[in-house]
Design a protein around this ligand. Sequence first.
Ligand code: URA
Length: 219
Amino acid sequence: MSGIDMTSWLKNLAACEACPLRHEGNRGPTRYSGDPSSPLMFVGEGPGGVEDEYGVPLVGPSGQLLDKALWSVGLTRDHVYVTNIVKCRPHNNRTPTLEEGKRCANIHLVRELELVQPKVIVCLGKVAFQYFYGRTASIMRNRGKWFDYQGIPVMPTYHPAFLLRQTGQELVESKWQVYYDFKAAVDKAKEAAPDYIYKSAEKPNLLAQYEDLRNSRHF
Ligand code: URA
């Protein structure tokens, strides 16, 4: 466990000026959503427009799909920890480079890992997976297989935005693959933390929950 707590980390994050991403026309760094004491950490790519507005990861169209996928395996967003590799929205929602991912995550995600100490990490898409395993790590070839990061089991799977671009039979297959990957992740988390409560009776309304944060964010 590091010497800092979540509140100090959030303060450091809000003040971060460590790289040019902060100055690509966004409202500043976005934080995490969910429960820092959750055994399950989901790592996305970087904030889009809705996330930049609200200051939290995965609350836009990809986030809505993530919520449905979580619900299908008995999880709700308030009982998992969700974060991104890069915290500041890249201009025009471009995909952050591996170098940008490393620079940001080596400052912030590493702290989150120390503070949250997840039992299982789920990488949502290539940017997250390549941060942990390098430029040649392929989601297409490796999704559904277990990896190890400093003793923590890591499950790579498709990013929800990938599913949103699929249609027809491909969409059906990809959704099932994500379902099985999430199921494997929650089963492993439950082995490590059987007493943790993984689900609320109802899906939380994330946008309502972060309305105050949204109102505090400006260009
Ligand atoms: N929004 C996020 O916060 N993360 C992603 O990976 C995609 C959209």
